[in-house]
Design a protein around this ligand. Sequence first.
Ligand SMILES: Cc1cc2nc3c(=O)[nH]c(=O)nc-3n(C[C@H](O)[C@H](O)[C@H](O)COP(=O)(O)OP(=O)(O)OC[C@H]3O[C@@H](n4cnc5c(N)ncnc54)[C@H](O)[C@@H]3O)c2cc1C
Length: 535
Amino acid sequence: MTDPVSREFFAPPTRRQLLTMIGKVGGAGALYQAMTVLGHAADSQFSAPPRLTGAKPGASVVVLGAGLAGMVAAYELTKAGYTVQVLEFQDRTGGRNWSVRGGDTITELGSIQTVQFAPGNYLNPGPWRIPYHHRTVLHYCKELGVELEHFAQINHNAFVHRKDAYGGKPQRYREISTDFKGHVAELLSKSLNAGALDTAVTAEDKARLFDAMKEWGVLDKNRAYTKSIKVGEQRGWDRAPGGGVNGAPIPGEVGTLSDTLSTKVWQQIGFYAENVMQTTMFQPKGGMDRIGKGFAAKIGHLVRLNTRVSKIAQDDNGVTVSWTDSKTGVSGQTRADWLVCTIPATVLGQLDVQVSDAKKAAIRALPYSNSVKIGLEMKRRFWETDYAIYGGHSFTDQDISLISYPTGNWFGDGPAVVLGAYPYGLIGSYRLAGLTPEKRIAAALDQGSVFHPAEYKAEFLSGASVAWNRIPWILGCCATWTETSRAAHYQNLVSLDGRVVLAGEHCSYYGCWQEGALLSSLDAISRLHQRASAA
Ligand SMILES: Cc1cc2nc3c(=O)[nH]c(=O)nc-3n(C[C@H](O)[C@H](O)[C@H](O)COP(=O)(O)OP(=O)(O)OC[C@H]3O[C@@H](n4cnc5c(N)ncnc54)[C@H](O)[C@@H]3O)c2cc1C
């Protein structure tokens, strides 16, 4: 018979216990190596929040910005025993972790919109999906009680549209991705058959490749990609399988090689193959801002809202932050021992900041991308009832780049919000951002109609948009590092500078992900704590 204590004592260590022991004995390098061996670090460098203990009595930290990076810093530093104050420019916490609902306003340079969505509906103008390997985000969702639901990423029944493919008619992803695979398999088989690859593959591998291409590409007995029941099982049917006398399915015609190539479907295949775009994906139930609100429930009382920081100074004994209250116009200063700054580099570069020239150069060398998100509220879920599309994205080469169907509340009645634009390219995003909010909605309706011509405009109720380069507290979407700029500036950006450390998405190798904001912040406060403890 064993009791819980002895079972714990004699049992082999769990992965987490093992990693903690290795970390204690061998330090961060050994820990990372061990995590890689155990298959952890490949996805995220996170295993557990740092255990910061032993803050000097009365030691204080001021945190600038109440996005996820700022709030996780405040949360963990408070747990460690520091006295923390957070200064935030906006009248809300969360930063880019943001959801807009009926009655909310969106303030851009040059316009203010009031969102008119029905109760329960929302648009996530910034982050909207969480990959399964973003362990830091998932950890805090669990710790903060944020309920997660599935986010539908790939949808084989959604569309791909290109203006110059199939006469501009959108094609189902399942059809053209199957055709692409089939034609590539047929061509490779022909090349193998002709001996064109005999110097590149062994006879044994050639035989295996023949088999693989036949099965993977769904080729016929002549190793050709042609219409068949087996192909229909992947690309769908002209007449779906049924029961009784007319139960036999009828497969559709396959596209020609040339038609298939004109869709450039390999771009979507490549998109879904990216590690950060793979399934399973999650979203917080009710809006991405549930994460920010979860942090705010813990440390919201420490945040001074409507506080625009304009100057950061430091001396041997501490830091002084100068700010203005944007509601009252009153100016003030906050003094603390240490400072964590999560203000985006686009804004920080314009402030008076007392750090090394190398850090200033790093801040100013960091350009931000742009994007626009447009939410379109529709009277009913016609994409579900009329097209059998449940979540996922339809892609286009127009400025809007894609439309995305809502994941939550499938089969629900009443209005629902489609993401009507999320341009990838700079051209599309700046063209849409250059329009007034009303004209953006009109452009999104025009372009999105290509997928649902009869319904898109007829079912439209109201829209809301965010053009990130026009958002005054960031003036962009996310930091865009290049290999050259990283080599020149990254370490200078993230290094501790006296009593000041920077954190946020821009201070990570996980740019434009909440995971990066959290990981950078945990790293920054660990180093700060080490210095503060040694001081
Ligand atoms: C369009 C878009 C799509 C995205 N999609 C995803 C996604 O699907 N999944 C995902 O995980 N991530 C996504 N991201 C990235 C994610 O939003 C960010 O990585 C993360 O939220 C950044 O957090 P942060 O704390 O570093 O910065 P922020 O959230 O930007 O916080 C910075 C804070 O500083 C404040 N501030 C600015 N100036 C001042 C000042 N002068 N004084 C005081 N405070 C100031 C701001 O108001 C803000 O609250 C997306 C981002 C965008 C824009």
